[in-house]
Design a binder for this molecule. Structure first.
Ligand SMILES: CC(=O)N[C@H](C=O)[C@@H](O)[C@H](O)[C@H](O)COP(=O)(O)O
Length: 248
């Protein structure tokens, strides 16, 4: 465990995830994404679901952080001990679990869940939203605390589209366990600021691995007058293809 964390210290972890229905969903695409991130210098991969974890584990010797999302509401990141065990079985070095103060669907406390994983030699990354949750997760025995859920649990009303670097700073100052900065880190400058704030490691997902969202941000920046000129001469973008440009 110490060596795994040493390998990630001062380095970038890339989160490679695609939802069912998205063109890149599935272990083949996510493995290619992970290998692309590694080629660019990522020191570890965070990935979702036993199938993707197993495929990416087979493709790299670098640290793999696994999780399992169940739904999109409430406690959905590796919500139960059983999910965590299956992610570990698939080959994750570190299992990321929801570590917010919300009740867990299997009725276990966070400490009971972490204790049961530790009994089996499984290391735990605690995904938190707030400072108090970070402290509680470390008390409960988490090996790593990550700011993954900051801004996603309705506790933080302001600037919810930016990373919570103040939370990174506060947790890094208060905790002995490594604190990972994760969530809405969109630029290299924000990554640098997260390390300055004390992050052990920084996890970046969508800004690297969600091409549809990245494309949409460019499309949204097209000035109205340029878009209007295009419509006047050639019709709306994508109008020559079926349903938004997708065939079949
Ligand atoms: C809130 C939640 O469900 N976060 C998930 C956790 O695994 C992923 O959807 C994020 O992509 C990941 O945390 C990285 O964050 P970002 O994509 O913002 O760089």
């Amino acid at each position: 465990m110490t060596s795994l964390l040493d390998d990630l210290r001062g380095r970038l972890v890339v989160s490679c995830q695609a939802y069912p229905g998205e063109p890149l969903h599935g272990p083949g695409h996510m493995t290619a994404m992970a290998l692309s991130a590694i080629a660019g210098g990522a020191a570890g991969i965070r990935c979702e679901g036993p199938d993707d974890v197993r495929a990416i584990r087979a493709a790299t010797t670098l640290p793999v952080i696994g999780l399992w999302k169940v739904g999109h509401e409430g406690v959905y990141i590796t919500p139960t001990l059983d999910h965590a065990l299956r992610v570990a079985d698939a080959g994750a070095d570190l299992v990321a679990i929801d570590a917010t103060a919300r009740p867990r669907p299997d009725g276990r406390t966070l400490a009971e869940t972490i204790g049961a994983l530790h009994e089996r030699g499984i290391a735990v990354m605690a995904d938190v939203a707030t400072f108090a949750e970070g402290l509680a997760a470390a008390d409960a025995g988490a090996d790593v605390v990550s700011t993954t859920l900051a801004g996603y649990t309705h506790e933080r009303g302001d600037a919810a589209d930016a990373p919570d670097l103040e939370l990174v700073r506060a947790l890094a100052a208060a905790l002995d366990v490594p604190v990972f900065a994760e969530g809405r880190i969109a630029t290299p400058n924000q990554l640098a600021t997260a390390f300055e704030a004390g992050a052990w490691s920084v996890v970046v997902g969508g800004a690297i691995t969600r091409p549809a969202a990245i494309t949409a941000s460019f499309v949204a920046a097209i000035p109205a007058h340029a878009a209007a000129a295009g419509v006047a001469t050639a019709g709306p973008v994508g109008a020559t293809e079926t349903s938004g440009g997708l065939r079949g």
